[in-house]
Design a protein around this ligand. Structure first.
Ligand code: SF4
Length: 353
């Protein structure tokens, strides 16, 4: 059996960022009880994992010992990718050395920007120097696989400031970059603050920023392999590829989603409940992995794309999109172009019908 992915959702953050609608809370007194609950769930599932991903929240608020305890409880295949999201302000050199000893072999830093004004407008706790220092510390600690998250089209960001961020970012020893367009989610403090929302780039500026990022990253050797993800050769995130390839994964922790034995389900976003339940509750979302879902996810992969053999009816639907340069056809597959990535939802709907 193909080994699956393990996702561990760490629901703690020192403070909420202004744009964030992920599930997390600031009560750090519950981390020990939370770790015990994660371990209980790992042991009860009895699965073998080919990739592990600690996401959040802020996984780097757990100690390296807690991460080690979680990893020791899991059956992990040799050569597995073990990723952890870290925030620059909570990952210094000695902490990163501890993670390395615990078995983590890929770190992903939530950098977002290397402009202090933009970081403050997002409500982040770090500044640009701290972010660069964290990446360099990870490299010195022996990590060979280091990723950075960037946010595009944030308040105050301009083409020039993004260009400066990319320039400085590309001097760092990175193997992977994720670049997400900021989506202003309803109800977040950012969405309610007019002084910030009026400083958001408009649609055309946003498109230019995305296309510039794709171009700069690709010129620096980071090949785009997904709408928002770029990697040096052979450094694609193996765990996240499982999501887009519609492969199975088990999610542990409040708000974590899973896809196992053909079923999609999630654990309710409630840390206290997760801690007190003998095993996490499983709320079913029904069956997953049908042809349409597979096609939708495959189209996000800009190198692999949607194989026409898997959805032959997409070929005729693609004709106008091919003419307008939003989609290209290569080796029997339909692939989104960078311009197509900007309107991916519309294209996916049209191709899938
Ligand atoms: S650190 Fe990440 S998860 Fe926590 S509040 Fe900020 S964006 Fe949200």
């Amino acid at each position: 059996m193909q080994s699956i992915g393990l996702y561990v959702h760490v629901p703690f953050c020192k403070r909420k960022c202004l744009y964030c609608d992920f599930y997390s809370a600031a009560d750090m007194s519950r981390t020990d009880a939370y770790v015990r609950a994660v371990i209980r769930n790992i042991k009860a599932a009895g699965l073998t994992y080919g990739t592990v991903y600690f996401g959040g929240g802020t996984p780097s608020l757990l100690t390296a010992e807690q991460i080690s305890d979680i990893l020791s409880a899991a059956d992990i295949s040799d050569g597995a990718e073990i990723s952890m999201e870290c925030n620059p302000e909570s990952a210094d050199f000695s902490y990163l050395c501890g993670l390395k000893s615990a078995g983590v072999n890929r770190v992903s830093f939530g950098i977002q920007s290397l402009n202090d004004g933009e970081l403050a407008a997002l409500g982040r706790l770090h500044n640009a120097d701290k972010a660069c220092e964290a990446v360099l510390s990870a490299y010195r600690a022996g990590f060979e696989n280091i990723s950075a998250d960037l946010m595009l089209a944030t308040p105050l960001q301009t083409a020039e400031s993004l260009n400066n961020t990319l320039e400085r970012l590309l001097e760092l020893p990175l193997t992977h970059v994720s670049a997400y367009l900021l989506k202003v989610e309803k109800g977040t403090p950012l969405s309610l603050d007019k002084s910030l929302t009026e400083k958001l780039p408009n649609e055309d500026e946003t498109a230019d920023m995305y296309l510039m990022t794709v171009e700069r990253l690709s010129a620096a050797g980071f090949e785009q392999y997904e709408i928002s993800n770029f990697a040096r050769k052979e450094f694609e995130c193996r765990h996240n590829l499982k999501y887009w390839r519609c492969e199975e994964y088990f999610g542990i922790g409040p708000s974590a989603h899973s896809f196992l034995d053909g079923e999609r389900f999630y654990c309710p976003p409630d840390t206290e409940k997760f801690i007190s339940d003998a095993l996490q509750e499983r709320v079913s979302l029904g069956t997953g992995g049908d042809t349409e879902e597979k096609a939708m996810l495959a189209l996000r992969l800009t190198k692999e794309g949607l194989r026409l053999a898997d959805l032959p009816e997409a070929e005729s639907r693609a004709e106008p999109l091919l003419k307008s340069g939003l989609v290209k056809k290569e080796q029997g597959a339909l692939l989104l172009t960078p311009e197509g990535c900007l309107v991916s939802n519309e294209i996916i709907c049209r191709l899938i019908g």
